[in-house]
Design a protein around this ligand. Sequence first.
Ligand SMILES: Cc1cc2nc3c(=O)[nH]c(=O)nc-3n(C[C@H](O)[C@H](O)[C@H](O)COP(=O)(O)O)c2cc1C
Length: 303
Amino acid sequence: MILAPLRGVTVRSFRKVFSGPLAEYGFTEAFTPFIAANSGVDPLKDRELKPAVDDVSSGRLLVTPQFIGKDPAALKFCLQRIKAHGYKTADLNCGCPYPMVRNKFRGSGLLKTRDVLMRMIETGCDVMGAGAFSIKTRLGVERTDELLGLMQEINRFPLRFLTVHARTARQMYDGECDMQAFSLVASQSAIPLVFNGDAAIEGGRVRFPQEGIGDVQLADVMIGRAFVRELSKRNDIGDLLERYILESIAEFGSDRAVLGRMKELLAYWAVFPAWARTWRIVKMARSVEELRMIIAHRISPSD
Ligand SMILES: Cc1cc2nc3c(=O)[nH]c(=O)nc-3n(C[C@H](O)[C@H](O)[C@H](O)COP(=O)(O)O)c2cc1C
C-alpha cells in the first residue's frame, strides 16, 4: 500500500514518527504532499525533502516526491535536482481539485490542457527514466469520462503507474467514488493502475468503496484518510503524539505552527465517539502545553 499525500498531515515528521504503524499496516511507500515545481526554486530546500538524506537511505518506506506545476522546464529542473540527490521515483499532481489551483491549469486543471499535460509527462519520464515517474489524477474535472478520453495518449508513455482518485475534481471530497468510471479507465489503461479514494483498512485487509473493483487488476492501492483515522485507536497513541509534538517543535520552533499541525491531525479523529469530546476541547487549546494536558487527560490509564 502507498500512503496518500495529505498536505499538512502526512508530512515529513508524520512519516518519521508513524513509521512503525505504517510498516505494521503494510505501507511500503509514501508520496510527499505536493511541492511546487517553480522555475529557479530548489526543491531540496523544501521542508518536505530537507534534509533528503534520511529519505533516501532509510530503506523502510520508499518516499516519492510529488510535484505540482505546469512548466515542463521547471519540472525538469526539480526532477534533476532530486534525482542527483538519490531519489529514484517522482510523481506529478494532476488531481488537486481546488478551484484556485485548477483554474490556473495546475493539479486537476492539467486535464484541461492536453498538450501541457503530455509535455509534463514526457519530461518526467525522460528525466526520471522509464518506470520511475508516475501521475496522480482524478476521473475528470467536471465529468467522469475526461481522463478516459486522454488514456490513448497517456498510454504512450513509460509511466511507473497511474493513480486515480475515483472522483471528479468538482466533487472535491464529497459524494461517492464512481467505481464504474474507474473500471472503464482500467479497461483502457496500458499503464499499471493504483486505486485511490475512500479505501479502508479492516482487519488487515483493504476494503474498497461500494461494490469494489470487481476483476480490475491493480498495481497497488493508495490510502490516506483511513490510515490517519486508524491511528486514533492505537494504545500507544499518547506516546506517538508526544513524539510528533517534539518532532514538530524541532521543525518549527513556534508554538502556533505546532498547535495548528496537531489540530489538523486530531480533527480526523473527531468522527469517533471516544475522541469527539476531546476534539471539542482541543479546538480551543491556545498552546502546546494546553494541548498536552488535554491529551494526557484523555489518555489516562483508567480510560
Ligand atoms: C487535507 C488533504 C490534503 C491533500 N493533499 C494532497 C496532495 O498534496 N497531493 C495529492 O495528490 N493529493 C492530496 N490530497 C488527496 C489525497 O491524496 C487522496 O487522493 C484523497 O484523500 C482520497 O484518498 P483517501 O480517501 O484514501 O484519503 C489531499 C487530501 C486531503 C484531504
